[in-house]
Unconditional design. Structure first.
Length: 251
């Protein structure tokens, strides 16, 4: 079953845990039930909280697009781009980048995520506080409509098999196992971004193209939509974390 990026889930659950004084280790378990072992995460988020951080934030960078990533060195930026995700804190600065691997013998494989700490500059809180979930939702819905129009003009069927459609339908309206305390609009925007991201991934896997040129145009349109989903997902997660941390009122 497709899931939200690990960093998104961890940011939401850990920020919620910080806000109510519950265990970050338990929050990580709730955020990553599909992961058998994590290394370097619980200790670092505990240190950040001890140093006064109240919100754990997320970036979802892509090749050639470091929007949302705090200013950092080239090694950290490259690692985050390869991973496609990172956690960071705004006040004192600092970043965690995950590396996913498996371990164990055939037939008994475990999933682990190792989190590497990197230096990163602090981020002015007003950049996060200024994020408006209503604007993010309108933007994503507009991009979705424009992409549907573009795909119609290209022709073909982006989601050509019943299985792909069933998987997308199964995700529509679900809550992605997010914290109960998450504001309703945040839940809706994160769910929408996650659902459309799953749809674009499945569309890229199921080619309905007649020609190579048609396939290239269709894939490019889907990748652009996927990137918009990633940007919105990161911004919506950070807006939600700002609300959970009490930086801004729920709205």
């Amino acid at each position: 079953m497709p899931e939200l990026p690990a960093s998104v889930r961890v940011a939401l659950w850990v920020t919620h845990a910080w806000s109510v004084g519950s265990s970050p280790a338990r929050a990580v378990e709730r955020a990553l039930p599909d992961v058998d072992h994590t290394e370097g995460l619980v200790e670092q988020v505990g240190l950040w909280h001890d140093l006064g951080e109240g919100a754990l934030l997320v970036a979802l960078p892509g090749p050639g697009d470091l929007a949302g990533l705090p200013r950092c060195g080239p090694v950290a930026a490259d690692a985050a781009t390869v991973a496609g995700e990172a956690l960071y804190v705004a006040g004192i600065g600092g970043m965690l980048v995950p590396t996913v691997s498996t371990y164990g013998s055939a037939g008994a494989r475990g999933l682990r995520i190792d989190w590497m700490a990197h230096d990163a500059d602090p981020v002015p809180p007003h950049r996060v506080e200024a994020l408006e979930l209503s604007q993010l939702e309108r933007h994503l819905r507009r991009q979705l409509l424009e992409s549907v129009t573009e795909l119609d003009e290209i022709g073909g069927t982006p989601w050509s098999d019943d299985l792909s459609r069933d998987l997308v339908d199964e995700r529509l309206g679900t809550d992605w196992a997010l914290p109960d305390a998450l504001p309703d609009r945040a839940r809706r925007v994160i769910g929408l971004a996650g659902t459309v991201a799953v749809a674009t991934e499945l569309g890229l896997q199921a080619s309905g193209a007649v020609t190579a040129a048609h396939d290239n145009a269709r894939s490019a349109a889907l990748r652009r939509l996927a990137r918009e989903c990633e940007r919105t997902l990161a911004d919506a997660t950070n807006a939600a974390c700002a609300q959970l941390a009490g930086w801004v009122p729920s709205r």
